[in-house]
Design a protein around this ligand. Structure first.
Ligand code: GLN
Length: 504
């Protein structure tokens, strides 16, 4: 039985209570999070009263949900009514959400218990969680290393048993890459399978919410709960696409696996990673899968296209954080009074004071990486450059999506590394944006194409850090991708998973 199934069984039978379960996880947070810093906010009272309500329901003999008493953490770029949502940024200090994100509501409707909000790179821009304005999260396997990012807090919390599962968001790899760095399962659903309502937008055509879990079975259970059409998000109409498993060694035909040469010959990939992925391929082969070499020729365009498209969308999405509608306002300047005579000189002065207010609020409120993206995006969209940059990037995006379409005509899944290296040291890439961007070279094409991808633990580096295998499937193949990850987990006896209770 998987961890979530076990918790639900114990809560439903009364073997344990939801309150006890919440207390157990809150206790681990108390004991460990001083060292790991996975949480920005622990919602102890909220969690305990939610757990109390679930126990009460059970005592009255009412049915409880599919996630009864399961303690879950959410990335702090998703809203929860009445609570802070910081997005890891100073600019949202003091902001309280007035509504709850659909994904979180769906979890709560199944009686999950929300433990708190987890740390992230500011506005989900980064690959290490070092871009959080509230300090980095540490990798539970080695606290000198990053947990990956941007959903590093969620990954670290699940890896060391400070949550049974967590939600993250993945725009270019932010669920899969930290999952691979922390030795847990991280799943990016097909674009549009999970509502983004209440997720603070980074790059709306790429953003997708998904689960972190201790097994593919748990990720699949969470995906079932999360994957509902939502009238509040017009891109979320897919809903529960029927799925199932493809037998690797029987049924109607064997599983067909594609190995993209562009991912396996990349010079940036460490030998540890390539070795672990090759071993994983051998496991599939031994189980009867047919392995085919494939090509995704436009892969080399992915990073460049992403770093035009994502910052362009971000520059528009982040325009609302101006110190007036949202966000912190600089103290020394107040917006100009509106009761004046209406003279031209005065209104010009008001206007320039307002611009100054925006400028200073945004300069003080946003960190360096977010400012870099806003500048890049504003430039790429500006008159005279739009076609040269944004137009070209869209063409590259289409070519990348077509590469995958073509490949999936001949294979069921594609196997690839999740990241070119295992977790790197805190500070190692912090001052080199391009080195940081390269962490996502294997995950970004998946977002550009809108397809489904999971990272499942498949080995360890020479220094004992986890390595993730990416399993990719076409749009709508979410359940099949998760089933394949579950099979891999069984074939390898879960030997590459973190032992959440054993983390130092
Ligand atoms: N690391 C990538 C970036 O900084 C992806 C981030 C994400 O998926 N949110 O844009």
């Amino acid at each position: 039985m998987s961890l979530i199934q076990e918790i639900v069984r114990r809560v439903k039978t009364g073997e344990t209570s939801a309150v006890q379960m919440a207390q157990e996880y809150l206790g681990r947070i108390d004991a460990l999070d001083g060292r790991i810093h996975a949480y920005l906010q622990v919602l102890k009272d909220r969690a305990l009263s939610a757990a109390e309500r679930i126990d009460e329901k059970r005592r009255r003999g009412e049915p409880v949900g599919r996630l009864a008493g399961v303690p879950i953490a959410i990335k702090d770029n998703m809203t929860l009514e009445g609570e802070a949502t910081t997005c890891g940024s100073k600019i949202l200090e003091g902001y309280r959400s007035t509504y709850t994100a659909t994904a979180v509501k769906l979890l709560e409707a199944e009686d999950a218990v929300i433990l708190g909000k987890t740390n992230l790179d500011e506005f989900a821009m980064g690959s290490s969680t070092e871009n959080s304005a509230y300090g980095p999260t540490k990798n539970p396997w080695n606290p000198d290393c990053v947990p990956g990012g941007s959903s590093g807090g969620s990954a670290a919390a699940v890896a060391c048993g400070m949550a049974a599962a967590a939600l993250g968001s993945d725009t270019g790899g932010s669920i899969r890459q930290p999952a691979s760095f922390c030795g847990v399962v991280g799943f990016k659903p097909t674009y549009g399978a999970v509502s983004r309502f209440g997720l603070v937008a980074f790059a709306s055509s790429l953003d997708q919410i998904g689960p972190f879990a201790q097994s593919a079975a748990d990720a699949a259970l969470l995906f079932d709960v999360l994957s509902q059409a939502d009238p509040q998000d017009s891109t979320c109409q897919v809903g529960g696409i029927p799925g199932g498993t493809i037998s690797p060694n029987g049924a109607s035909r064997p599983m067909r696996i594609g190995l993209p040469k562009e991912y396996l010959s990349h010079e940036g990939a460490s030998p540890d990673i390539l070795g672990a992925v090759q071993n994983a391929v051998n496991v599939f082969k031994k189980q009867g899968a047919v392995i085919k070499n494939i090509t995704l020729p436009n892969t080399r365009l992915a990073l460049a296209a992403y770093y035009i498209i994502a910052p362009s969308e971000a520059s528009a999405n982040l325009a609302r954080f101006d110190g007036i509608r949202y966000g912190r306002r600089v103290q020394s300047l107040k917006p100009a009074p509106r009761h004046d005579t209406g003279s031209k000189v005065q209104s010009q002065q008001e206007e320039s004071e307002l611009v100054e207010l925006y400028r200073r609020s945004r300069t003080e409120g946003f960190g360096a990486e977010v400012q870099r993206r806003i500048l890049l995006g504003t430039f790429a969209l500006s008159h005279g450059y739009y076609e040269a940059y944004y137009g070209k990037a869209q063409a590259a995006r289409l070519a990348i999506a077509q590469d995958f379409d073509r490949a999936f005509q001949g294979v069921d899944f594609i196997l690839a590394p999740t990241a070119p290296t295992a977790a790197f040291r805190i500070g190692e890439k912090a001052n080199d944006p391009v080195a940081m961007y390269l962490s996502d070279i294997y995950t970004i094409p998946v977002n550009l194409a809108g397809i489904a991808g999971v990272s499942v633990p498949c080995g360890f580096s020479s220094s004992g850090l986890p390595i993730g295998l990416q399993i990719l499937g076409p749009r709508g193949s979410d359940r099949k991708v998760l089933a394949a990850a579950g099979q891999f987990e069984q074939w390898t006896s879960r030997q590459y998973f973190s032992d959440p209770k054993g983390v130092k």
